[in-house]
Design a protein around this ligand. Sequence first.
Ligand code: Z5A
Ligand code: MG
Length: 221
Amino acid sequence: MPRRGAFIVIEGLDRSGKSTQAATLLRRLQDAQISAKLIKFPDRTTPIGKMIDSYLRSENELDDHTVHLLFSANRWEFASSIEKSLQSGETIICDRYAFSGLAFSASKIRPGSQSYPLLDYEWCRVPDIGLPAPDITLFLDVSADVARKRGGYGEERYEKEDVQRRVRDVFVRISEHVQGGGGRWEVIDADETQEEVQEVVWKTVQELVAGVDAPLEKLWD
Ligand code: Z5A
Ligand code: MG
């Protein structure tokens, strides 16, 4: 049977360099004649993606449960096309995935509280169960000091230092549980230069991009 493509997810906090590394990796794969494409979540082009986009820009207010389910629904919109591409031998690089969904939603706290969760961690995880599971997730680990030096936070809803700190804690929790049907999780030091980070990314995915024999798993299933 022909090998399928690899499903490579890139995760990390704001300004960890996910989009930069994803684009560079795509170029390198294409230069090496490996069939590959880049996708990104949220995908703001669909009707659901447009609702997410206006929420992130604070142009509308939505209930937090609703927003969480919209982010998940946005991934489900692409689940069958992801599967099809992988089965046809195409490698997918995915800039943010269900782990961002879980980390951002489960890090929300009740108004007026210091740490009391607004949404339950398990409740947040459930809607993404059954999505195509990544073969590997590269978590780009940037320190708060270095992220700060990469320019001011943007204008969007979650681009604040206290939010990012809480999100990081949930990412640590996710990494501890990811083995249960979540694929491999590799932490990459993202404080280094773009070129240095890319070399580690490239080495880490080398074996996978030659093609994968193992069947595609379902996330957290
Ligand atoms: N969100 C959610 O709540 N639920 C979900 O299910 C999902 C997402 C999927 C939008 O994400 C928001 O949605 C996000 C999470 C939430 N909110 N926050 N925060 P987005 O992916 O659209 O966000 P973004 O606009 O792409 O920003 P980003 O991901 O935070 O940035 P990045 O991709 O990690 O970094 P970058 O754009 O590659 O680089 C940032 C800058 O640093 C840029 O000027 C680079 O040139 C520079 N850079 C990059 N690497 C380096 C190194 N190594 N050295 C020096 N400078 C560097
Ligand atoms: Mg990005």
